[in-house]
Design a protein around this ligand. Structure first.
Ligand SMILES: NC(=O)c1ccc[n+]([C@@H]2O[C@H](COP(=O)([O-])OP(=O)(O)OC[C@H]3O[C@@H](n4cnc5c(N)ncnc54)[C@H](OP(=O)(O)O)[C@@H]3O)[C@@H](O)[C@H]2O)c1
Length: 343
Protein backbone atom coordinates (compact mmCIF):
# COMPACT_ATOMS: atom_id res chain seq x y z
CA UNK A 1 0.00 0.00 0.00
CA UNK A 2 2.12 2.85 -1.24
CA UNK A 3 -0.42 5.60 -1.93
CA UNK A 4 1.07 8.51 0.00
CA UNK A 5 -0.67 11.49 -1.58
CA UNK A 6 -3.87 12.66 0.09
CA UNK A 7 -6.67 13.35 -2.37
CA UNK A 8 -9.87 14.90 -1.01
CA UNK A 9 -13.12 16.12 -2.55
CA UNK A 10 -14.09 19.52 -1.16
CA UNK A 11 -17.57 21.03 -1.01
CA UNK A 12 -16.73 24.76 -1.18
CA UNK A 13 -20.23 26.18 -0.65
CA UNK A 14 -23.72 25.86 -2.10
CA UNK A 15 -22.86 24.58 -5.57
CA UNK A 16 -24.02 22.29 -8.33
CA UNK A 17 -22.25 18.89 -8.24
CA UNK A 18 -19.76 20.20 -10.82
CA UNK A 19 -18.65 22.81 -8.26
CA UNK A 20 -16.99 20.13 -6.11
CA UNK A 21 -13.22 20.64 -5.96
CA UNK A 22 -10.33 18.18 -5.79
CA UNK A 23 -7.60 18.99 -3.24
CA UNK A 24 -4.23 17.29 -2.88
CA UNK A 25 -2.06 17.43 0.22
CA UNK A 26 0.29 15.24 2.20
CA UNK A 27 -1.09 12.33 4.14
CA UNK A 28 -1.64 13.18 7.85
CA UNK A 29 -0.21 11.10 10.71
CA UNK A 30 -2.60 9.45 13.18
CA UNK A 31 -2.75 11.09 16.61
CA UNK A 32 -3.40 9.34 19.94
CA UNK A 33 -6.25 6.85 19.65
CA UNK A 34 -6.49 7.26 15.86
CA UNK A 35 -5.95 5.05 12.85
CA UNK A 36 -5.04 6.23 9.36
CA UNK A 37 -7.28 4.44 6.87
CA UNK A 38 -6.45 4.11 3.16
CA UNK A 39 -9.95 4.34 1.72
CA UNK A 40 -11.08 1.53 -0.57
CA UNK A 41 -14.71 2.61 -0.97
CA UNK A 42 -16.83 5.55 0.17
CA UNK A 43 -20.43 6.23 -0.77
CA UNK A 44 -22.84 8.89 -1.96
CA UNK A 45 -25.69 9.27 0.54
CA UNK A 46 -28.78 11.45 0.53
CA UNK A 47 -26.99 13.63 3.11
CA UNK A 48 -24.58 14.96 0.46
CA UNK A 49 -27.50 15.96 -1.73
CA UNK A 50 -28.78 18.03 1.19
CA UNK A 51 -25.33 19.34 2.19
CA UNK A 52 -24.53 20.76 -1.25
CA UNK A 53 -27.75 22.76 -0.95
CA UNK A 54 -26.89 23.81 2.63
CA UNK A 55 -29.95 21.79 3.76
CA UNK A 56 -28.52 19.12 6.11
CA UNK A 57 -29.70 20.00 9.62
CA UNK A 58 -26.26 20.03 11.32
CA UNK A 59 -23.68 20.23 8.55
CA UNK A 60 -20.38 22.02 9.29
CA UNK A 61 -19.60 25.44 7.80
CA UNK A 62 -18.25 25.44 4.20
CA UNK A 63 -15.73 24.47 2.94
CA UNK A 64 -15.54 20.84 4.07
CA UNK A 65 -14.94 17.34 2.76
CA UNK A 66 -18.25 15.47 2.50
CA UNK A 67 -18.64 11.68 2.70
CA UNK A 68 -20.80 9.98 5.33
CA UNK A 69 -19.05 6.60 5.56
CA UNK A 70 -16.14 4.59 4.23
CA UNK A 71 -14.39 1.25 4.14
CA UNK A 72 -10.63 0.83 3.92
CA UNK A 73 -7.49 -0.73 5.28
CA UNK A 74 -5.52 0.59 8.24
CA UNK A 75 -2.28 2.09 6.97
CA UNK A 76 -0.87 3.29 10.32
CA UNK A 77 -1.94 3.33 13.96
CA UNK A 78 -1.49 6.23 16.40
CA UNK A 79 -0.21 6.11 19.98
CA UNK A 80 -2.36 3.98 22.27
CA UNK A 81 -3.88 1.94 19.43
CA UNK A 82 -3.38 -1.81 19.01
CA UNK A 83 -0.72 -2.09 16.28
CA UNK A 84 -2.31 -5.36 15.22
CA UNK A 85 -4.99 -3.26 13.48
CA UNK A 86 -2.51 -2.34 10.74
CA UNK A 87 -3.59 -3.90 7.45
CA UNK A 88 -7.11 -4.77 8.70
CA UNK A 89 -10.21 -3.75 6.73
CA UNK A 90 -12.47 -1.47 8.76
CA UNK A 91 -15.70 0.44 8.24
CA UNK A 92 -16.32 3.89 9.71
CA UNK A 93 -19.30 6.21 10.01
CA UNK A 94 -18.00 9.80 9.92
CA UNK A 95 -20.86 12.04 8.63
CA UNK A 96 -18.30 14.22 6.79
CA UNK A 97 -14.74 13.60 5.59
CA UNK A 98 -15.17 10.24 3.87
CA UNK A 99 -14.60 11.41 0.29
CA UNK A 100 -10.84 11.16 0.59
CA UNK A 101 -8.07 8.74 -0.26
CA UNK A 102 -6.95 8.69 3.41
CA UNK A 103 -9.00 9.38 6.51
CA UNK A 104 -8.06 9.74 10.18
CA UNK A 105 -10.62 8.09 12.47
CA UNK A 106 -10.73 7.31 16.18
CA UNK A 107 -10.07 3.56 16.39
CA UNK A 108 -13.08 3.26 18.73
CA UNK A 109 -15.37 4.48 15.96
CA UNK A 110 -14.44 1.71 13.55
CA UNK A 111 -15.97 -1.71 12.92
CA UNK A 112 -14.11 -4.66 11.46
CA UNK A 113 -15.30 -5.84 8.03
CA UNK A 114 -15.45 -9.64 7.89
CA UNK A 115 -13.65 -11.62 5.19
CA UNK A 116 -15.79 -12.45 2.21
CA UNK A 117 -17.25 -8.96 1.71
CA UNK A 118 -15.77 -6.70 -0.95
CA UNK A 119 -15.10 -3.06 0.01
CA UNK A 120 -18.04 -1.92 -2.16
CA UNK A 121 -20.43 -4.51 -0.68
CA UNK A 122 -19.45 -3.49 2.84
CA UNK A 123 -19.62 0.23 2.06
CA UNK A 124 -23.15 -0.08 0.66
CA UNK A 125 -24.42 -1.20 4.08
CA UNK A 126 -22.55 1.06 6.54
CA UNK A 127 -24.82 4.05 7.13
CA UNK A 128 -27.67 2.36 5.26
CA UNK A 129 -27.34 -0.87 7.24
CA UNK A 130 -26.92 0.68 10.69
CA UNK A 131 -29.88 3.00 10.10
CA UNK A 132 -32.05 0.14 8.84
CA UNK A 133 -31.09 -2.28 11.61
CA UNK A 134 -31.53 0.17 14.46
CA UNK A 135 -34.88 1.47 13.21
CA UNK A 136 -36.21 -2.05 12.68
CA UNK A 137 -34.92 -3.77 15.79
CA UNK A 138 -34.24 -1.01 18.34
CA UNK A 139 -37.02 1.48 17.49
CA UNK A 140 -39.99 -0.29 15.87
CA UNK A 141 -39.08 -3.74 17.28
CA UNK A 142 -40.80 -5.39 14.34
CA UNK A 143 -41.99 -8.96 14.91
CA UNK A 144 -42.63 -11.84 12.58
CA UNK A 145 -46.09 -11.72 11.01
CA UNK A 146 -46.44 -7.94 11.11
CA UNK A 147 -47.06 -5.85 8.00
CA UNK A 148 -44.79 -2.79 7.70
CA UNK A 149 -44.72 0.15 5.29
CA UNK A 150 -41.28 1.20 4.02
CA UNK A 151 -41.20 4.50 2.13
CA UNK A 152 -38.45 4.76 -0.48
CA UNK A 153 -38.03 0.98 -0.43
CA UNK A 154 -35.78 1.07 -3.50
CA UNK A 155 -33.35 3.60 -1.96
CA UNK A 156 -30.16 3.03 0.01
CA UNK A 157 -31.67 2.72 3.50
CA UNK A 158 -35.03 1.48 2.21
CA UNK A 159 -33.65 -1.49 0.28
CA UNK A 160 -31.64 -2.79 3.26
CA UNK A 161 -34.56 -2.13 5.61
CA UNK A 162 -36.97 -4.05 3.37
CA UNK A 163 -34.64 -7.05 3.19
CA UNK A 164 -34.00 -7.06 6.95
CA UNK A 165 -37.73 -6.76 7.68
CA UNK A 166 -38.52 -9.70 5.40
CA UNK A 167 -35.70 -11.69 7.02
CA UNK A 168 -37.37 -10.94 10.38
CA UNK A 169 -40.62 -12.45 9.08
CA UNK A 170 -42.51 -9.23 8.31
CA UNK A 171 -44.59 -8.51 5.23
CA UNK A 172 -43.28 -5.37 3.50
CA UNK A 173 -45.27 -2.83 1.52
CA UNK A 174 -42.73 -0.57 -0.15
CA UNK A 175 -43.23 2.76 -1.94
CA UNK A 176 -40.88 3.31 -4.86
CA UNK A 177 -40.58 4.44 -8.46
CA UNK A 178 -41.53 1.75 -11.01
CA UNK A 179 -37.87 1.02 -11.87
CA UNK A 180 -37.51 -0.63 -8.43
CA UNK A 181 -40.71 -2.68 -8.56
CA UNK A 182 -39.33 -5.89 -10.09
CA UNK A 183 -36.48 -5.90 -7.55
CA UNK A 184 -38.90 -5.37 -4.68
CA UNK A 185 -41.17 -8.16 -5.87
CA UNK A 186 -38.12 -10.41 -6.19
CA UNK A 187 -37.34 -10.02 -2.46
CA UNK A 188 -40.99 -10.64 -1.56
CA UNK A 189 -42.16 -7.05 -0.98
CA UNK A 190 -45.35 -5.47 -2.34
CA UNK A 191 -44.37 -2.36 -4.32
CA UNK A 192 -46.51 0.77 -4.67
CA UNK A 193 -45.73 3.63 -7.04
CA UNK A 194 -45.66 6.81 -4.96
CA UNK A 195 -45.68 8.90 -8.15
CA UNK A 196 -49.06 7.72 -9.41
CA UNK A 197 -50.88 5.81 -6.66
CA UNK A 198 -52.93 6.97 -3.68
CA UNK A 199 -50.54 5.54 -1.09
CA UNK A 200 -52.72 5.78 2.06
CA UNK A 201 -55.68 4.32 0.14
CA UNK A 202 -53.62 1.45 -1.25
CA UNK A 203 -52.05 0.64 2.13
CA UNK A 204 -55.51 0.56 3.77
CA UNK A 205 -56.65 -1.80 1.05
CA UNK A 206 -53.67 -4.12 1.63
CA UNK A 207 -53.75 -3.85 5.44
CA UNK A 208 -57.32 -2.94 6.51
CA UNK A 209 -56.46 -3.11 10.22
CA UNK A 210 -53.46 -0.80 9.83
CA UNK A 211 -49.75 -1.61 9.70
CA UNK A 212 -47.40 -2.55 12.54
CA UNK A 213 -44.78 0.02 11.59
CA UNK A 214 -44.12 2.80 9.10
CA UNK A 215 -40.61 4.00 8.21
CA UNK A 216 -40.83 7.54 6.86
CA UNK A 217 -37.87 9.51 5.51
CA UNK A 218 -40.02 12.07 3.75
CA UNK A 219 -41.31 14.31 6.54
CA UNK A 220 -43.78 17.07 5.69
CA UNK A 221 -47.29 15.86 4.97
CA UNK A 222 -46.14 12.25 4.65
CA UNK A 223 -45.55 11.71 8.39
CA UNK A 224 -49.16 12.65 9.13
CA UNK A 225 -50.41 10.04 6.65
CA UNK A 226 -47.89 7.54 8.05
CA UNK A 227 -49.16 8.05 11.60
CA UNK A 228 -52.77 7.52 10.52
CA UNK A 229 -51.90 4.21 8.85
CA UNK A 230 -50.72 2.56 12.09
CA UNK A 231 -52.60 -0.32 13.68
CA UNK A 232 -53.11 -0.20 17.48
CA UNK A 233 -49.71 -0.95 19.03
CA UNK A 234 -47.94 0.21 15.85
CA UNK A 235 -44.85 2.40 15.62
CA UNK A 236 -44.01 5.29 13.34
CA UNK A 237 -40.28 5.76 12.82
CA UNK A 238 -39.61 9.08 11.10
CA UNK A 239 -36.01 9.58 10.06
CA UNK A 240 -35.70 12.36 7.52
CA UNK A 241 -37.30 15.21 5.66
CA UNK A 242 -36.37 14.29 2.10
CA UNK A 243 -39.51 15.96 0.78
CA UNK A 244 -38.09 19.38 1.82
CA UNK A 245 -34.65 18.94 0.16
CA UNK A 246 -35.30 21.70 -2.38
CA UNK A 247 -37.08 24.12 -0.03
CA UNK A 248 -35.51 27.38 1.10
CA UNK A 249 -35.43 28.77 4.64
CA UNK A 250 -34.34 27.15 7.89
CA UNK A 251 -32.75 23.73 7.48
CA UNK A 252 -33.67 22.77 11.05
CA UNK A 253 -37.35 23.69 10.84
CA UNK A 254 -38.54 20.59 8.88
CA UNK A 255 -36.91 18.29 11.47
CA UNK A 256 -38.22 20.35 14.42
CA UNK A 257 -41.72 20.11 12.95
CA UNK A 258 -41.47 16.30 12.81
CA UNK A 259 -40.16 16.22 16.39
CA UNK A 260 -43.02 18.44 17.59
CA UNK A 261 -45.53 16.16 15.89
CA UNK A 262 -44.05 12.99 17.42
CA UNK A 263 -44.13 14.55 20.91
CA UNK A 264 -47.73 15.61 20.43
CA UNK A 265 -48.83 12.22 19.11
CA UNK A 266 -47.10 10.39 21.96
CA UNK A 267 -48.87 12.64 24.47
CA UNK A 268 -52.28 11.61 23.11
CA UNK A 269 -54.11 8.75 24.81
CA UNK A 270 -53.50 6.07 22.19
CA UNK A 271 -51.70 2.80 21.78
CA UNK A 272 -49.40 3.87 18.98
CA UNK A 273 -45.99 5.47 19.32
CA UNK A 274 -43.94 7.82 17.18
CA UNK A 275 -40.23 8.41 17.23
CA UNK A 276 -37.66 10.40 15.29
CA UNK A 277 -34.62 8.22 14.65
CA UNK A 278 -31.22 9.94 14.55
CA UNK A 279 -28.21 7.70 13.96
CA UNK A 280 -26.01 10.05 16.07
CA UNK A 281 -28.33 10.15 19.09
CA UNK A 282 -26.53 9.44 22.35
CA UNK A 283 -23.00 9.84 20.94
CA UNK A 284 -22.24 13.04 22.83
CA UNK A 285 -23.58 11.82 26.19
CA UNK A 286 -22.70 8.12 26.18
CA UNK A 287 -19.94 7.55 23.64
CA UNK A 288 -18.99 4.03 24.80
CA UNK A 289 -22.59 2.82 24.61
CA UNK A 290 -23.02 4.46 21.21
CA UNK A 291 -19.88 2.74 19.89
CA UNK A 292 -20.85 -0.64 21.32
CA UNK A 293 -24.25 -0.46 19.60
CA UNK A 294 -22.73 0.67 16.33
CA UNK A 295 -20.29 -2.25 16.42
CA UNK A 296 -22.96 -4.80 17.40
CA UNK A 297 -25.52 -3.59 14.87
CA UNK A 298 -23.18 -3.18 11.90
CA UNK A 299 -21.72 -6.61 12.66
CA UNK A 300 -25.26 -8.04 12.51
CA UNK A 301 -25.76 -6.39 9.12
CA UNK A 302 -22.43 -7.67 7.78
CA UNK A 303 -23.43 -11.17 8.98
CA UNK A 304 -26.77 -10.85 7.18
CA UNK A 305 -24.88 -9.97 3.99
CA UNK A 306 -22.55 -12.96 4.45
CA UNK A 307 -25.48 -15.30 5.00
CA UNK A 308 -27.29 -13.96 1.93
CA UNK A 309 -30.23 -12.43 3.86
CA UNK A 310 -29.23 -8.98 2.57
CA UNK A 311 -27.83 -8.32 -0.90
CA UNK A 312 -26.07 -4.95 -1.09
CA UNK A 313 -27.41 -3.01 -4.04
CA UNK A 314 -24.49 -1.33 -5.85
CA UNK A 315 -25.54 1.08 -8.58
CA UNK A 316 -22.14 2.16 -9.89
CA UNK A 317 -18.51 2.45 -8.87
CA UNK A 318 -16.66 5.59 -9.96
CA UNK A 319 -13.21 7.00 -9.22
CA UNK A 320 -13.13 9.43 -6.28
CA UNK A 321 -12.04 12.25 -8.58
CA UNK A 322 -15.34 11.83 -10.47
CA UNK A 323 -17.38 12.65 -7.36
CA UNK A 324 -19.32 15.33 -9.26
CA UNK A 325 -20.54 12.75 -11.77
CA UNK A 326 -21.36 10.35 -8.93
CA UNK A 327 -23.44 12.96 -7.09
CA UNK A 328 -25.21 13.95 -10.32
CA UNK A 329 -26.01 10.27 -10.95
CA UNK A 330 -27.32 9.77 -7.39
CA UNK A 331 -29.57 12.81 -7.82
CA UNK A 332 -30.78 11.86 -11.29
CA UNK A 333 -33.44 9.44 -10.06
CA UNK A 334 -32.32 6.99 -12.75
CA UNK A 335 -29.83 4.87 -10.84
CA UNK A 336 -30.70 1.91 -8.68
CA UNK A 337 -28.36 1.09 -5.84
CA UNK A 338 -25.57 2.77 -3.91
CA UNK A 339 -23.14 4.95 -5.87
CA UNK A 340 -19.64 4.08 -4.66
CA UNK A 341 -16.49 6.20 -4.98
CA UNK A 342 -13.17 4.41 -5.24
CA UNK A 343 -9.88 6.31 -4.64
N1 LIG B 1 -32.09 9.97 10.68
C1 LIG B 1 -30.95 9.37 10.38
O1 LIG B 1 -30.10 9.12 11.25
C2 LIG B 1 -30.69 8.97 8.96
C3 LIG B 1 -29.60 8.15 8.64
C4 LIG B 1 -29.42 7.80 7.30
C5 LIG B 1 -30.29 8.28 6.31
N2 LIG B 1 -31.31 9.10 6.69
C6 LIG B 1 -32.27 9.61 5.70
O2 LIG B 1 -32.72 8.51 4.95
C7 LIG B 1 -33.22 8.97 3.72
C8 LIG B 1 -32.76 8.03 2.64
O3 LIG B 1 -31.36 8.15 2.48
P1 LIG B 1 -30.64 7.30 1.34
O4 LIG B 1 -29.19 7.63 1.40
O5 LIG B 1 -31.11 5.92 1.42
O6 LIG B 1 -31.24 8.01 0.04
P2 LIG B 1 -31.53 7.44 -1.40
O7 LIG B 1 -30.72 6.22 -1.70
O8 LIG B 1 -31.43 8.62 -2.33
O9 LIG B 1 -33.03 6.97 -1.31
C9 LIG B 1 -34.07 7.88 -1.14
C10 LIG B 1 -35.28 7.29 -1.82
O10 LIG B 1 -36.37 8.16 -1.56
C11 LIG B 1 -37.32 7.85 -2.53
N3 LIG B 1 -38.35 8.88 -2.63
C12 LIG B 1 -38.27 10.15 -3.09
N4 LIG B 1 -39.47 10.75 -3.01
C13 LIG B 1 -40.33 9.83 -2.49
C14 LIG B 1 -41.72 9.83 -2.16
N5 LIG B 1 -42.47 10.91 -2.34
N6 LIG B 1 -42.27 8.69 -1.63
C15 LIG B 1 -41.52 7.60 -1.43
N7 LIG B 1 -40.20 7.54 -1.72
C16 LIG B 1 -39.63 8.62 -2.25
C17 LIG B 1 -36.55 7.67 -3.81
O11 LIG B 1 -37.28 6.65 -4.44
P3 LIG B 1 -37.22 6.25 -5.99
O12 LIG B 1 -35.76 6.00 -6.30
O13 LIG B 1 -38.02 5.01 -5.99
O14 LIG B 1 -37.82 7.38 -6.77
C18 LIG B 1 -35.17 7.21 -3.34
O15 LIG B 1 -34.89 5.88 -3.72
C19 LIG B 1 -32.76 10.42 3.56
O16 LIG B 1 -33.85 11.26 3.83
C20 LIG B 1 -31.72 10.55 4.64
O17 LIG B 1 -31.59 11.86 5.11
C21 LIG B 1 -31.52 9.45 7.97
Amino acid sequence: MSREQLVQVVLPGIVEPEGLEIREASVPEPGPGQVLIATEATGVSFAEQQMRRGRYYDQPPFPFVPGYDLVGRVLRTGPGVDRGLAGRRLAALVKVGGWASHVLVDAGDTVEVPDGLSPAEAEAVVVNGVTAWQMLHRKARVRSGQTVLVHGAGGGVGSVLSQLAIAAGARVIGTASPRHHDGLRAIGAVPLDYRTEDIPGQVRRLAPGGVGAVFDHLGGRSVVDSWRLLAPGGALVAYGSASTRDDTGSKQWPVLKILARTWMWNALPNRRRATFYNIWAGRALAKDRFRARLRADLTEVFDAVRRGGVTPDIGAQLPLTRAAEALRLAESGTASGKIILVP
